[in-house]
Ligand binder design. Structure first.
Ligand code: 9D3
Length: 249
């Protein structure tokens, strides 16, 4: 998968692209990331990328010509053009899965008060926001997309860290994790995890995950579904997700 990032602050992306799973995915050729400075496509001798808004008012607007030239340049390679902006469709795991189906993404990072409306209307395929809070620009959003999409690509994660077991695969939270020592400052690991009884462990983890979801993210429960057997198990543990959660086959 190819990512092309268009930004006036290319250095912002450097270190997150050079560590951990993303670094390995790049080295293995699973992803290709090219960060392009929009300023390289500026038209005037001062290489301006922003200007004052027509009609007056606070702040600056990203000039259309450098953005258009940078997007046209990126499109020579091809790609779905995404503008990171606070007005965009809210990013989620479902959107990540959708983007992961594409072969090439062009991530356009806005700055200042935003981009000239004619860019939005004529050069952008879709607008994405990473959440309801205010950032200083789209670069961190672009990185969030690269990070979350990359780990979904085949062969990027090992089986040990499989996408199947993710927090959001069933729609709820994961069970709590423990590692050595079995006694940490007097706090013990749940005994069942030391038992070696894999069926019992699986049941405990299922119940613990649902309990965690009820406790921390009850809003997620409505999208979860359980088998009859699972519902019985939860009831035995004093949990009644049934009202909110759907029953599956
Ligand atoms: C005072 C006007 N602001 C409205 C809230 C405009 C504004 C424009 C541009 C505020 C922030 C930004 C910069 N943000 C992004 O470019 C951005 C963003 C965000 O702020 N929140 C969540 N996702 C994203 S993706 C890009």
């Amino acid at each position: 998968m190819r990512f092309q990032v268009l930004t006036i602050f290319p250095d912002l992306l450097d270190s997150p692209l050079q560590e951990g799973i993303i670094r390995r995915a790049r080295q293995a050729g699973k992803i290709d990331v090219a960060v392009t400075n929009i300023r390289d496509f500026a038209v005037d001798k001062h290489a301006m990328t922003d200007d004052r808004p027509f009609g007056g008012g606070e702040g600056m607007v990203m000039k259309p010509e450098p953005l258009a030239a940078a997007i046209r340049h990126a499109r020579q390679v091809d790609g779905h053009v995404v503008l990171l902006s606070p007005q965009g469709r809210r990013y989620s795991q479902a959107v990540a899965q959708e983007l992961a189906q594409r072969k090439s993404l062009i991530l356009v990072c806005g700055r200042y008060e935003g981009v000239d409306e004619r860019i939005r209307q004529n050069y952008i395929d879709e607008e994405i926001s990473i959440g309801d809070y205010i950032l200083t620009g789209g670069e961190l959003g672009a990185m969030v997309i690269i990070d979350s999409v990359t780990r979904l690509l085949p062969g990027v994660l090992g089986c040990a860290d499989s996408v199947e077991h993710d927090t959001f695969s069933r729609g709820g939270l994961k069970y709590p994790q423990y590692t050595r020592p079995a006694d940490f400052e007097g706090h013990l690991v749940p005994e069942v995890l030391l038992s070696g009884d894999h069926e019992k462990i699986a049941r405990w983890r299922f119940v613990a995950g649902v309990r965690m979801t009820l406790d921390k993210r009850p809003d997620l429960l409505g999208k979860m579904s359980f088998s009859k057997k699972e519902l019985q198990l939860l009831e035995k543990e004093g949990m009644y997700p049934g009202a909110a959660a759907k029953e599956k086959n």
